[in-house]
Design a protein around this ligand. Structure first.
Ligand code: CTP
Length: 390
């Protein structure tokens, strides 16, 4: 099933390391080529000889070994189709989240631009530690298989146990099976709320978190597309090319640069319709007057411009945030903007949309056909949107 695929398994220092021996056997039985990279601490739990015998390949540990004039971390990253880090200790988890490259394993992950599965395992108090949870949030570009609850090797009960190795195996197979569906396609995605400066201190913006755009980018990249994410939010990592922008004008310039060669453009960003006419170079001082007016000028409509200059075969998708008359406004908007699809969501509901991890949307096509996607995590909604429009 995995013939022709190379799976790079990263093992860190945790008691669950012994379970990875079985995982290697499962991959080998499915005809995958398995490479193993260990942190030095992992070898306290499982021997190099065992991993070498099971994988049939040398086990990489040392950072500065040079293989045929290529540093080991680059050759490992080049060769593999997917990387699976299991068990991932709290230490390595945090290092990956912060871009540290202090050993071979962390250097490989940092250079790896293909799918990465991370299966953390640690004491339950460590997992619940807010710093670890913050790092978890930062690793949104990776496929994280959360630890399971149960009896832990340290004698306590709680969430921290490595998830079942069958789950890691199934996720690997699923990702590899999907990994070529969008190969050869370039997809440009915008996300986040634009920031329109008033002076060096203040700005106008909105509540868009960029989560849907990130989920779209991750899903498209996992299906083999060349993805460019143009965003005001944090870069998701995981090898996704990200262009950080701030204002609507910055976003427009970045979109113009990338859109000519794009097969699909998805404008999920909440672009400010207006910006301050003048941006003060100095901080505006409080005056005696009780009122202050800031003159605003209209921003270009990036989506509408894209639709006017659309290339043959290009698919353009807009988003539509409405607080009332959702369908009626969305239908008028798709006709006005001229895009192929419009994803409409109701921002008046606090359980979905802005800031939430879930959404419920309607996909409207240019013939005004409507399809509802029921309330689900934004990652699921993103997958369904891509399936529908591509
Ligand atoms: N959009 C854009 N450029 C703008 C404003 C919006 O490209 N200056 C895009 C958004 O990225 C989104 C779509 O247009 O894909 C609809 O955005 P939305 O905020 O719902 O609508 P607006 O066009 O701004 O209209 P209104 O604010 O009046 O609802």
């Amino acid at each position: 099933m995995l013939s022709g695929k190379t799976i790079l398994i990263g093992i860190t220092g945790g008691i669950a390391a012994y379970k990875i021996c079985d995982l290697i056997r499962m991959f080998k039985r499915s005809s995958a080529n398995v490479r193993v990279v260990c942190t030095p601490n992992a070898l306290n739990f499982v021997t190099r000889l065992t991993l070498q015998s099971l994988s049939g390949n040398e086990v990489a540990v040392e950072q500065f070994e040079v293989n045929e004039f290529k540093p080991e971390h680059i050759s490992c990253a080049d060769e593999a189709d997917i990387m699976v880090i299991a068990p991932c200790s709290a230490n390595t988890f945090s290092k990956i989240a912060n871009g540290c490259c202090d050993n071979l394993l962390t250097s490989i992950v940092c250079a790896f631009n293909k799918p990465v599965i991370i299966a953390p395992a640690m004491n339950c108090n460590m997992w619940e530690n807010p710093i670890i949870q913050e790092n978890f949030a930062r690793l949104s570009g990776f496929e994280i298989l959360e630890p399971e609850s149960g009896f832990l090797a340290c004698g306590t009960r709680g969430q921290g146990r490595l998830c079942k190795i069958e789950k890691i195996y199934d996720k690997t197979v699923e990702i590899l099976a999907n990994s070529r569906k969008l190969a050869g396609k370039k997809i440009v995605i915008t996300s986040g709320g634009t920031i329109e400066n008033i002076d060096p201190v203040r700005f106008l913006s909105n509540h868009s978190s960029g989560k849907t755009g990130t989920a779209l980018a991750q899903n498209a990249a996992a299906q083999g597309a060349e993805v460019v994410l143009i965003t005001t939010a944090d870069a998701p990592g995981g090898g996704i090319k990200t262009v950080k922008v701030q204002s609507a004008l910055d976003m427009q310039a970045a979109v113009e640069k990338e859109s000519g060669t794009a097969d699909c453009i998805i404008m999920s960003a909440a672009v400010a319709d207006y910006r301050p006419k003048e941006v003060s170079a100095q901080k505006l001082k409080k005056a005696d007057d009780n009122e202050l007016s800031v003159k605003l000028v209209k921003n270009p409509d990036i989506l509408q411009e894209l639709c006017k200059n659309k290339r043959e075969g290009q698919i353009i998708v807009g988003f539509c945030a409405e607080s009332e008359n959702l369908i009626e406004n969305a239908k008028a908007k798709i006709q006005h903007k001229g895009c192929d699809y419009l994803i409409a969501n109701d921002i008046s509901r606090s359980d979905i949309g802005f800031g939430s991890d879930e959404n419920e949307v309607y996909i409207i096509d240019k013939n005004l056909n409507i399809k509802k996607l029921d309330k689900a995590p934004k990652t699921v909604i993103a997958a369904k949107i891509l399936e529908e429009v591509l």
